[in-house]
Design a protein around this ligand. Structure first.
Ligand code: C5P
Length: 239
């Protein structure tokens, strides 16, 4: 395994590294997580979906009735939350109180609230700790909004995925098993734009393209083409 750039390395230096870190950022439903999972599989790395952490905190907050709590209670609840990332067969899964929430994390109810939760400092600090720990030894493909800018600013490869809001809406509806009619696409595109605006406009770790990222517009690309390009770039950078 290539040791990475001379003098590089995270908190541990390069010792015990399992590979490079690939950061994939972009707006909602731009295909980050499907792409990241496929890239990880091709490289024999683990996929780390950072959005799942914010979704898990939001879900727990909705279930526990503290999602809108004031600063002190919110910080306490997030601090007390029994939440961890566990590596399972090439994928980091989120475990909350020994339970592994599945479809609960991607419901519209959670999607509607997650950006407000993700803008709050205790949620960001908690997620940052979990993500850095999971990626400490490299060999990960991590997707999110601030991976290349904040979580792994020294990632060997940073990719920024974009696609039109309508195309992203169409793909999201298919994920929800809904027929993408024109009307539904317009409504879903509006929801995605609203979430992107919140994510890009917030004070803490806003969504933005890292200066040193490779931007890929996936609107007219097949998923396999996007994956191939990223795998090639990753190999060039030592994967
Ligand atoms: O990627 P996904 O759409 O599941 O992310 C859900 C939400 O979590 C985003 O809209 C954003 O508010 C938040 N998020 C974030 N930083 C990340 C990943 C996700 O703020 N790195």
């Amino acid at each position: 395994m290539s040791p990475g750039p001379a003098g590089g390395g995270g908190p541990d230096g390069d010792h015990g590294r399992h590979g490079i870190r690939v950061a994939i950022d972009g707006p909602a439903a731009s295909g980050k997580s499907t792409t990241a999972r496929a890239v990880a599989e091709r490289l024999g790395y683990a996929h780390l979906n950072s959005g799942l952490l914010y979704r898990a905190i939001t879900w727990a907050g909705l279930e526990g009735g503290w999602v809108d709590a004031g600063p002190d209670e919110f910080a306490r609840r997030v601090g007390e939350l029994d939440l961890e990332l566990r590596r399972r067969n090439g994928e980091f899964v989120v475990v909350v109180a020994d339970r592994r929430p599945g479809g609960e994390l991607t419901t519209r109810a959670v999607s509607r609230r997650v950006s407000d939760v993700a803008a709050r400092e205790p949620a960001r600090t908690r997620a940052l700790e979990e993500l850095r720990e999971a990626g400490r030894r490299g060999g990960v493909v991590c997707d999110g909004r601030d991976i290349g800018t904040v979580v792994f600013p020294d990632a060997e490869l940073k990719v920024y995925l974009v696609a039109t809001a309508e195309e992203r809406a169409r793909r999201r509806l298919l994920d929800y098993d809904e027929t993408p009619t024109e009307e539904r696409i317009a409504a879903e595109a509006e929801r995605l734009r609203a979430r992107d605006e919140k994510d890009a406009g917030r004070e803490l770790a806003p969504l933005r393209k890292p200066d040193d990222a490779v931007e890929i517009d996936t609107t007219d690309l097949r998923p396999g083409e996007v994956v191939d390009s990223i795998v090639e770039l990753a190999r060039e950078r030592g994967a």
